[in-house]
Every structure is written in structure tokens, then in C-alpha cells.
Design a protein around this ligand. Structure first.
Ligand code: GLC
Ligand code: MG
Length: 467
């Protein structure tokens, strides 16, 4: 079987040996390597150079704040990422969740679509929107791993309560265990499994979850594997920022040359790990901000690029000289604030929107109905404050501008909208932006397609009308 990737750096030579170790899953190897090559290519195609920044972030209690019903820090991060980073950087989510629970979280929370998703505590790596699995990684994890021996040995420990079926994965066996018993059980289990010839890693997280994985797995190893894969394509990110809050994130902070942020609300077990292993490392901070606010804080602290979220900008909506992605983010923020009644309803405010649209331009609504942009803008005007006091939110995802010629861009993105718990819609939207003097972008065309598959609730209750 060929190694999962060809040229490796010399930082972890043992990793190379392990990648080459023979496995019993070597059939279809040529199609697998073709697919492997494609996986990374699909994700990296739009980046002509190395990523400016790669963020590798845990989800629960790091990117996603389960104590913030309004999801404000997540929405702030989303706007910052789409306006400034999407086009030249990589967003990687690294979660303990299985694909099933990950997809559930995506339906519940206003999350962006990552370029790469690392699932099940670094045992599954997938690329792109269709989440193409990295089979090479999973094959590598078979080394000294036998799930049935793990199940057999763990059944002898009555303190271990098996987690739900969805969370049991090919290279991950997961339990709940009380905090005061975790240390002793981990020790005893390690000894037993080693005696049975396995080489495993046992991780305790969130003061309750105990995961058993192959030794080569884990969030840190999965990130190291990705970094090497990118390096072999000459696309090692200029900077990488790891973000986490609990035990299974500790490994992320042990990978060399990576910045790290433990969010303000980090769990005791992670802080203890940090105190014992990394307290003098200036590349790792314990943020004062909770969850995504801590991530934004770290971007600023380490000088990794812009760290002012367009959501935090008050006053003038259209800052001079910002690019097409920034304009799109600002535009949809305007729609949200306008309909929530959070900006002044004055002629001057509205003039900014009016001036932005070419009146004779066309919008094609998901229903197929065509309207002039002038009509859309006047309908929007009448909607001022119609979502006041509701949970109405709008956010844009995967904003990708393509420059057509010196003065025009086609910008493609997903426009998400929620009115609260039950309704949620996603439109694949394309808009044409042109500029006479490169400073003043105007919109002349909007085309929306409803992505039903991603909608939560019935699409027939679609409440959005314009843009
Ligand atoms: C997620 C997973 C769970 C795992 C935990 C800690 O909650 O669903 O299986 O034990 O992360 O890694
Ligand atoms: Mg977490």
C-alpha cells in the first residue's frame, strides 16, 4: 500500500514508518490513492497558494457556545471569517462527535461549512462539502488496533457506561465515567489493553467522556497528518491556530509550530494539562473570551490577520475600499439589522443600500420569479423592523468571489436565514458586483437557488422575499 502521501517533512520520522506499515485493507489501493489525491485537491483547488491562516477548532464549547442562545460570538466569528479569510485560508473543524452528531449540530447552530472536518476525536478526516473521507488515514489507524478486544476488555469495568451507538466508530470506543474514577480506570485499562497487544490512547474529556482510540489517532495527530499532507503539496499554511476547551483538545496544543487558544471557559482537565506541560509556551494562550470570542481574541493576540468582525462595526455600513467578500458580508448584515429594526430608519441609512444596487438589475428568486432590483429595494424598505423582537438572523457561508475582469466579480455564497427554532433556509446565491473605480462596488444581478436539503423545517414556509 502506498503511504497516504508522498513527501513528508522530517519532524516525525516515526509517523512515516507507521504510514507505510502494511495493513489488511490494501485492496483497491490504486483507486484509493487516486481518491486520496482528489480529496485534498477538491479542498485546495480554490487556493492557489498556501493558506494564509488555518484554523483548527473544536466545536462544542469552543466554536459553539451552548450557553449562548443567541449564538452571538459564533455569528461574529462567521462574519469575520467570510469577510477576511474564506478566500485565502482554511477552516478545519475538529470534533469528538461522530458524523451523525456533527450533522445534528450543524442543523441546530449557525455554523459555517468547513473546508476539512475531523470527526470522532481525530479518527475520521473528511474533505469538502460532500465530506469525502481520507481512507489513507483510516487505514493507517488499523495499526495495533482491534475493536473487538477493546469491547471485550472494557466490558469487565462496570464503571464504564457505553455511549450511544452513533458514537461508537471503527477507531473509537466511547464511554461515560465519573470524574473521580477516570484516572484509575484509565491506568488499569491501558495495562490490560497493552497486555492484549494493542497500542491505544485513552482520553478523558469534559469531566465525563472516556474515548479509546488507536495510539496514532487523536485530534493532534490528525492535525499533524494534515499539515504534512499540505506541506507535501507545497501548501503548508503560513500560520495555524488550534482552538479548544477540553481534554481531547490538549494534543492540538502539543504539535510544534502551531498557535493555540484555550477559550476562557476551558475545562479543568485541559487547564491542568497546560499547567503541567505547556505553561511556558508563549504560543498558547488562555483567552479571556468565551468560545468563538476567544478565537477572535487569539487572532488579534498572535497578529494572524484582521480581527475586527464586521458584526462589531457600528456606524457606516459601507467601509471604503473593502473587497467583494467583505461587501457581501456587510450587505447581509444590513438586511438583518434593518429587519430587526436595529439601525436607524433614516433616508441616509437606506440611501446606502439604494446606491449599492443598479435599479435596472435583476433578481431571480428561488421560485423563478424575476424582479428588478429597484422593486426589491423598495420592498425591503417597507420591511423595516418586521423581525423586531424575534430570533431572526442572516449569515453568509462560503463566500467565494471570482474576478471576471478588472472591474467585475461574480460572488457565490450560501445565504442562511433563521427566524428562530423551527425555520431555517439556505439559498445558494450568486451576485454580480461591478465597480467603476475599484472602491465603489455595485450590484447588478442576484440569482438565488433554495438548497432544500439543508433547510430545517419546511421550505414552503419560506419567509424571505428579497436578496
Ligand atoms: C463528543 C462525542 C463523544 C466523545 C466526546 C469527547 O461528545 O460525541 O463520543 O466521547 O466528544 O471526545
Ligand atoms: Mg469541546
Amino acid at each position: 500500500m502506498p503511504p497516504p502521501f508522498q513527501s513528508l517533512g522530517n519532524r516525525h520520522p516515526s509517523f512515516l514508518l507507521r504510514c507505510c506499515a502494511p495493513t489488511n485493507h490494501n485492496h483497491h489501493s490504486s483507486s484509493l490513492s487516486a481518491q486520496r489525491g482528489n480529496n485534498i485537491r477538491v479542498t485546495m483547488d480554490r487556493l492557489t497558494d498556501a493558506a494564509h491562516l488555518m484554523i483548527v477548532s473544536d466545536l462544542d464549547h469552543t466554536m459553539v457556545d451552548h450557553h449562548d442562545a443567541e449564538n452571538l460570538s459564533l455569528l461574529r466569528f462567521n462574519a469575520l471569517w467570510e469577510a477576511n479569510y474564506r478566500n485565502n485560508s482554511l477552516l478545519v473543524f475538529s470534533t469528538g462527535r461522530s458524523p451523525t452528531l456533527y450533522k445534528e449540530l450543524r442543523k441546530e447552530k449557525p455554523m459555517l461549512t468547513p473546508d476539512i472536518t475531523i470527526l470522532s476525536v481525530g479518527t475520521e478526516i473528511t474533505y469538502g462539502n460532500s465530506m469525502v473521507p481520507d481512507n489513507g488515514w483510516e487505514e493507517y489507524l488499523n495499526h495495533k488496533w482491534d475493536r473487538s478486544i477493546v469491547t471485550e476488555e472494557t466490558s469487565m469495568f462496570s464503571e464504564l457506561k457505553l455511549q450511544s451507538e452513533t458514537e461508537q466508530r471503527p477507531h473509537k470506543v466511547s464511554f461515560y465515567v465519573q470524574k473521580d474514577k477516570a484516572r484509575d480506570i484509565t491506568k488499569a485499562l491501558s495495562t490490560r489493553l497493552a497486555e492484549r497487544g494493542l497500542d491505544v490512547k485513552i482520553i478523558y474529556s469534559g469531566g465525563m467522556d472516556l474515548d479509546i482510540l488507536p495510539q496514532g489517532a487523536g485530534k493532534g495527530q490528525a492535525m499533524a497528518y494534515l499539515l504534512k499532507k499540505l506541506k507535501s503539496k507545497d501548501k503548508l499554511p503560513k500560520n495555524t491556530l488550534a482552538c479548544g476547551d477540553s481534554g481531547n483538545d490538549a494534543e492540538l496544543f502539543s504539535i510544534p509550530d502551531v498557535y493555540g487558544v484555550m477559550v476562557a471557559n476551558a475545562q479543568e482537565e485541559l487547564l491542568q494539562w497546560h499547567a503541567a506541560n505547556a505553561k511556558d509556551n508563549p504560543r498558547i494562550i488562555h483567552a479571556t473570551g468565551r468560545c468563538a470570542a476567544g478565537i477572535i481574541e487569539a487572532i488579534g493576540h498572535f497578529n494572524l490577520g484582521p480581527n475586527k468582525s464586521p458584526r462589531d462595526v457600528t456606524g457606516l455600513l459601507y467601509s471604503e475600499g473593502t473587497g467583494p467578500a467583505h461587501k457581501v458580508v456587510e450587505l447581509y448584515l444590513f438586511f438583518e439589522k434593518w429587519r430587526r429594526g436595529e439601525i436607524d430608519n433614516t433616508e441616509a441609512t437606506f440611501a446606502q443600500i439604494n446606491d449599492f444596487f443598479c435599479p435596472s438589475g435583476i433578481l431571480i428568486h428561488p421560485s423563478g420569479v424575476e424582479k428588478t432590483l429597484e422593486d426589491c429595494v423598495s420592498s425591503l424598505k417597507a420591511c423595516y423592523g418586521d423581525k423586531k423582537g424575534t430570533h431572526f438572523r442572516v449569515w453568509v457561508d462560503q463566500v467565494i468571489p471570482t474576478q471576471l475582469c478588472s472591474d467585475s466579480w461574480l460572488v457565490r455564497f450560501k445565504r442562511w436565514e433563521t427566524s428562530g427554532e423551527e425555520q431555517r433556509h439556505c439559498c445558494l446565491t450568486t451576485i454580480l458586483l461591478t465597480s467603476k473605480d475599484a472602491q465603489c462596488l455595485k450590484c447588478g444581478y442576484v440569482h438565488q437557488t433554495l438548497l432544500d436539503g439543508l433547510a430545517k423545517g419546511s421550505s414552503s414556509s419560506t419567509s424571505f422575499l428579497f436578496f
